[in-house]
Design a binder for this molecule. Structure first.
Ligand SMILES: NC(=O)c1ccc[n+]([C@@H]2O[C@H](COP(=O)([O-])OP(=O)(O)OC[C@H]3O[C@@H](n4cnc5c(N)ncnc54)[C@H](OP(=O)(O)O)[C@@H]3O)[C@@H](O)[C@H]2O)c1
Length: 393
């Protein structure tokens, strides 16, 4: 019997996760159809994706990109939306079964919420949404019956280890971290590492923001907060192990001392494919994982002197309330400034720690509360940035 295709909307289709998702879909065209694609500014690549996947609707950042896209597409009848409202509309389009949330940063939050409010299944890559609004996301998903399936390899690993297991038996969940490009550089050289060096990740090929987050290990801190909400665990049940080979993605320790781990090749198409096919498993074209060839798997604790942003994230997770929102906002502002070569690598920590230290924490019940803290923290980070520049000149 022919199964109906699963209809997908991909938010962030021109990014690293978006393109890998389309690569998975290419291999399983009989199973998946693309109803919507959303990108930011890369209207050239989006136009090629539209021609190949023939979605009914697309969304871009602004009228300017919409105009470019129209010119690139010629006589295509695809509906083109733009701006925040456009992203929310495409994420909640009636014809979609599942939304892949892979826009970077808090820009992904509103469309993610829109998808959940309509009861869509969510393949979640945009960790920043969970970091700033995990509680709200859980509540909306519980109300509408949306299933949230993680795309992040570590969370996919935990998700797979936990399937069919009662949460009350979990002792601790460990996410692994490759350690990024600066795992072994002398400590005194760290603060002056250049953009090009920070973008040279030894294991994963990803978008720029998440690559810098991996170099500072803020990424792993954000992932801890993401895991806290995805799996409804206490902060003290979460840990990180540095594992440079990036073969083991997550480990779950149970009360009786048994530890389950999830292993796979270092390729995002594996967790993406699982998120799309869940609860089924489809054959992967990638070669089998050959542990005899890998030979050794190392694990060690995170050195918070080397990765102080990870330390800040761990503290924000433990403190809860509005701290994770501040952490994320200050980090987004400072990583962007580092990407634009306005600050040094070491100054990312300086800005994030300044914003956290000057924050008056509060409870966040509604989206508006979250967005208000996000705005304030961005403003504070921008001001601090200006002050820094004033000191330099
Ligand atoms: N890459 C990975 O291996 C990986 C692994 C796990 C989790 N994640 C998470 O997945 C998310 C995406 O990561 P990525 O590596 O795929 O990032 P990326 O390569 O930088 O792609 C980001 C995507 O989001 C779009 N975008 C960026 N800012 C936007 C905005 N303000 N409004 C609308 N669209 C916007 C970009 O559009 P344009 O390019 O068209 O401007 C692009 O399609 C992040 O949250 C990241 O932490 C990534």
């Amino acid at each position: 019997m022919n199964k109906r295709k699963k209809r997908l909307v991909i938010l962030g289709s021109t990014g690293s996760i978006g393109q890998s998702t389309l690569d998975v879909i290419r291999r399983f065209r009989d199973r998946y159809g693309v109803v919507g694609l959303a990108a930011g500014r890369n209207s050239g690549l989006l136009a090629r994706q539209v021609e190949e996947f023939q979605p009914e609707i697309v969304a871009v950042e602004s009228e300017k990109q919409a105009g470019e896209l129209r010119r690139n597409l010629g006589r295509s009848r695809v509906r083109i939306l733009c701006g925040e409202a456009g992203y929310e509309e495409i994420a909640s389009v009636a014809t979609a079964d599942m939304v892949v949330s892979a826009i970077t940063g808090i820009a992904g939050l509103k469309p993610t919420l829109a998808a959940l409010r309509k009861g869509k299944d969510l393949a979640l890559a945009n960790k920043e949404s969970m970091v700033v609004a995990g509680d709200l996301i859980r509540k909306i998903a519980a109300r509408t019956g949306s299933r949230i399936i993680p795309v992040d390899s570590e969370h996919s690993g935990v998700f797979q280890c936990l399937r069919g297991r009662d949460k009350k038996f979990i002792k601790k969940v460990y996410l692994t971290a490759s350690g990024g490009p600066f795992l072994r550089v002398p400590l005194e050289e760290l603060s002056t590492k250049t953009l090009a060096e920070a973008l040279r990740h030894p294991r994963w090929k990803m978008g720029q923001k998440v690559t810098i987050d991996s170099a500072t290990m803020m990424n792993k801190g954000l992932e801890l907060v993401e895991a806290r909400w995805l799996f409804n665990l206490r902060p003290d049940q979460l840990g990180v192990l540095v594992h440079p080979q990036s073969i083991v993605h997550a480990l779950v320790e149970f009360l009786d001392g048994s530890v389950l781990a999830q292993l796979s090749q270092t390729d995002m198409r594996i967790p993406i494919q699982y998120a799309l096919s869940y609860p089924e498993r489809l054959e992967s074209p990638l070669p089998s994982l050959d542990l005899a060839e890998v030979r050794s798997l190392e694990f060690f604790p995170v050195d918070e002197q080397r990765f102080p942003l990870f330390g800040l994230a761990r503290k924000a997770l433990a403190a809860g309330l509005s701290f994770p929102v501040v952490l994320n906002a200050a980090n987004e502002v400072s990583v962007q400034a580092f990407l634009e070569e306005k600050i040094s690598f070491g100054q990312i920590f300086e800005i994030v720690s300044y914003c956290l230290n000057h924050h008056q924490p509060r409870a966040l019940a509604e989206l508006d509360d979250i967005l208000a803290v996000d705005r304030e923290s961005r403003g504070q980070a921008q001001l601090y940035l200006k002050k820094m520049k004033g000191n330099i000149t």
